[in-house]
Design a protein around this ligand. Sequence first.
Ligand code: 6R9
Length: 636
Amino acid sequence: MDLSIKSFEDYQKVYQHSVEQPEQFWDTVASSFVWKKKWNKVLDWNFKEPDINWFVGGKLNITENCLDRHLADKGDQPALIWEPNDPEEHHRAFTYKQLHQKVCLFANVLKNNGAKKGDRICIYMPMVPELAVAVLACARIGAIHSVVFGGFSAQSIADRIQDANCSMVITADGSYRGTKEVPLKNVMDDALVQCPSVKRVIVLTRSRTPISMIKGRDVWWEDEIKKVETLGMLNCPAEEMDAEDPLFILYTSGSTGKPKGVVHTCGGYMVYAGYSFQNVFQYQPEEVYFCTADIGWITGHTYIVYGPLAMGATSLLFEGVPTWPDAGRFWDIVAEYKVNILYTAPTAIRSLMQFGLDFVKDKDLSSLRVLGSVGEPINEEAWNWYHEHIGKKNCPIVDTWWQTETGGILISPLANVTPVKPCFATLPLPGIQPILVDEKGEEIIGNGVSGNLCIKFPWPGMLRTTYGDHERCRVNYFATYENLYFTGDGCMRDEDGYYRITGRVDDVINVSGHRIGTAEVENAINMFSDVVESAVVGYPHDIKGQGIYAYVILSRETDDDELTRKDISMTVSRIIGAIAKPDKIQFVSGLPKTRSGKIMRRILRKIAEGEVNSLGDTSTLLDPAVVDEIKNGRLS
Ligand code: 6R9
């Protein structure tokens, strides 16, 4: 069945229907997928506990929808195209038939190594096709994957493995990113020292850098594939999964404590990933679709792997970075593969803009039809540059707002359907009911208003829980405002009812589209031996969107401030990963606190932003002198 919305009128009609009769609407959408057994009930929910069940009693396997169902019609069409880090290295492509075979083989490898339905498997791999294969092979046998981004430290990996009690790890010897080589297996070895639950580590050959291989625990991917081939285990039946069985865990930062393991389930996630992919990008048969994200983030899960494959698309996977060998790399890829749809992040656009038009001007970008943006608010300059120099004013830009927790895009134009406005995520997808609320949780009605963005009705792709700690899920997302899912984002709705996301209203910083919790960075800084206390805030950064500004109290004078800053950065890098390194570290003798001992972050934020003359009300401060000292020592 064709679920594509074709015109704005059509959208308005479908949207109306989806709000008035959500169950009927999602019943129709879900019916266009392949199920082993149909559901008895579309939806059963409350936001109080929360307890959310979609397609109750339905049975399926997502990989049958991403692979098997395309074999008859699209078996010889490329499912994945892989562009390696080094443009001189051969690219690889896999048809749906080939990808199906590879997934079945590797699924049998997993089984052969003791993995079974419900087991948690940590994946820490480079952006190579085998990463997608590993993800799909887990889904094939019903194991729950937990992909950890290649830039995280050993400590972060260990935290995630322990939290989910993973029994297996899939990794690679090393990975390439531009001129850098990352020793993935070494980092993993450091993590595994703390992870006795891991009984098996499967290691893919990528860089063939020397690594340790522990007898009885570590095995090579290639050897294991040969074994199952020799045994003739070429096919792997897809495990029957309940619609509400977990499909994967993905960790994301919040405003407090350690990252949370967001849990997505098989049925609803599949339906939402496929439906949103099709409608936002308006994918046409045989088009080449290129999402530049890493599979280690939700964007890669939903819009490199599951969404595109569920809809039979050709998805391009890129191992490298936008600026190597030069700042024209994305445009070379677009020209070489005649990419029709490009989905990237504002931070990438801003970093490429700096290099000027020399890297764009001779590139053939005529194949492009749709441009997408994700991860953070896009500023007007970047929007215009993307529109003019990449889209040649011919391609709609879909500014897609969503989150790890939402599973897929919630607010976005549908390409060539929704009239766009620069920097606006525009309107909700069918089935999505956003509302704005004030501090007290009162709904803000009408247009031309701003408030905190909430969603008042469930959608199939939403998170169900946070792994191992349901209470945390309730408190974080469903307790701030009664009967609403709270996004943590601020938002305005203009005169036309269009939504514009203004950024986080909690203590989460968005650095280059990556979510980083201020508390997490503070905890890492506080682990440095000479640190007494610290406070971390975000500030506007030309390329990254937001940068990390840290105020640090030391227990003694340093001999060399610069060196101490580097030591602190190294500590953060070790504890979390290089992505969380502070951009600025200011040493202070005290922090602005209220009489009850709460740090006044509002003041620290203003100072970091350079707005030292508009600090607002400082009358509740315990020691106002501290503010003057901080203002005077501000790093510009
Ligand atoms: C998909 C993803 C989620 C946070 C989200 C918001 C910000 C994402 C945005 C956007 C403005 C957009 N965000 N897309 N802000 N416009 N189009 O990025 O998930 O990593 O969980 O981050 O990113 O602040 O709350 P995730």
